[in-house]
Design a protein around this ligand. Structure first.
Ligand SMILES: Nc1nc2c(ncn2[C@@H]2O[C@H](COP(=O)(O)OP(=O)(O)OP(=O)(O)O)[C@@H](O)[C@H]2O)c(=O)[nH]1
Ligand SMILES: [Mg+2]
Ligand SMILES: [Zn+2]
Length: 306
């Protein structure tokens, strides 16, 4: 028997009994079954972005994924049955979360944007703010300029006209990125603009301006210039679910200097006396919308919010 020709690759699409793998070296895509020997205890499930060893198949045997390599990061949601007991990995090895927001249609909403930034902080993934639809409303909103002072990077672009797309591409190069953000912000349109051959499905924004849920399955797109982008519908509505109330404020970068300085050690910065965070908002050091977005996340912990 021949020695199996084992290769390394990345999962670009995952189904129940099989997955598509892109070969690290050749860039070719293989449709593989899973080896029954893989122990998923430490992995929960296969996810797009997972790095694997695989056997590309030959005349006598089908292509087979033989091993999953350790993850450097994961973005997950509660499993379908036992809530909080089992997690479902939505994307693996992500090193950049692009928080996509529209400058208009739907209206720019900094409190909603904060939710995606908190998600990135929570999973230990760097965030990039992407304000799309610059053709409707150019420039960065004031709230985003503030977020830049906290160390967040931001780009403004238009998937429609192509404005800013090369700038965005430069920031994605060499990374495994996920696009997250509300329905209708233009995530699929941006993937299409960045990777025309992807043919990502886009939908018209609903008449009520809320956007239509269009993308239904996850896919990782790989380009020759080393951009790897994951389009996953699950991220759009993901709330923080693996976080305790007391941990949420630590995800707000501008709250950090004040944490531990409140009168109560378990202060949630709502209306407790001698709260250092509330004092900072009062003095104008922290904008009020940051406090409001924090409350919104705190109030909806464990829920799926759209
Ligand atoms: N004017 C303008 N419209 C855009 C732009 N980008 C996307 N759109 C439109 O916005 C709508 C929603 O775009 P999608 O790319 O489907 O949005 P999405 O974020 O993928 O939405 P979901 O898959 O539902 O989460 C579509 O009608 C797009 O044509 C842009 O830069 N400018
Ligand atoms: Mg989409
Ligand atoms: Zn406090």
């Amino acid at each position: 028997m021949n020695v199996p020709d084992l290769r390394h690759g990345i999962l670009v699409e995952v189904q129940r009994r099989s997955a598509s793998v892109v070969d690290d070296v050749t860039g070719a895509e293989f449709h593989c079954a899973y080896s029954p020997e893989i122990d998923l205890k430490n992995f929960s499930n296969f996810a797009v972005g997972d790095r694997v060893e695989f056997f590309p198949g030959d005349t006598s045997q089908e292509a087979l994924i033989t091993n999953v390599l350790p993850r450097t990061s994961k973005i997950s949601r509660p499993g379908p049955s036992e809530r909080f007991a089992r997690e479902l990995i939505l994307a693996a090895n992500v090193d950049l979360l692009v928080a996509v927001t529209a400058s208009a249609r739907p209206d720019f909403n900094p409190r909603q944007l904060d939710r995606y930034l908190a998600l990135a902080e929570n999973f230990g993934v760097e965030a990039l703010i992407c304000v799309n639809k610059s053709d409707l409303q150019p420039g960065l909103p004031e709230a985003v300029l503030y977020l830049e002072t906290l160390g967040y990077s931001a780009v403004t672009c238009s998937a429609l006209t192509g404005f800013g797309i090369e700038d965005l591409r430069d920031k994605l190069r060499g990374r495994i990125a996920v696009l997250s953000g509300p329905s209708g912000a233009g995530k699929s349109s941006l993937i299409h603009a960045l990777i025309p051959e992807a043919g990502a499905v886009t939908g018209d924004v609903r008449r009520d301006g809320k956007g239509r849920h269009t993308t239904t399955s996850s896919r990782l797109y790989v380009t020759p210039d080393n951009v790897r982008l994951i389009d996953t519908p699950g991220l759009r509505e993901l709330g923080l679910w693996n976080t305790k109330p007391g941990e949420v404020s630590g995800l707000w970068r501008d709250f950090k200097p004040y944490l531990g300085k409140c009168k109560f050690t378990d202060c949630l910065h709502r209306s407790e006396p001698d709260c250092a965070v509330l004092a900072a908002v009062e003095s104008g050091a922290i904008p009020d919308w940051r406090l409001q977005s924090y409350y919104r996340v705190l109030d909806t912990l464990g829920e799926i919010v759209d």
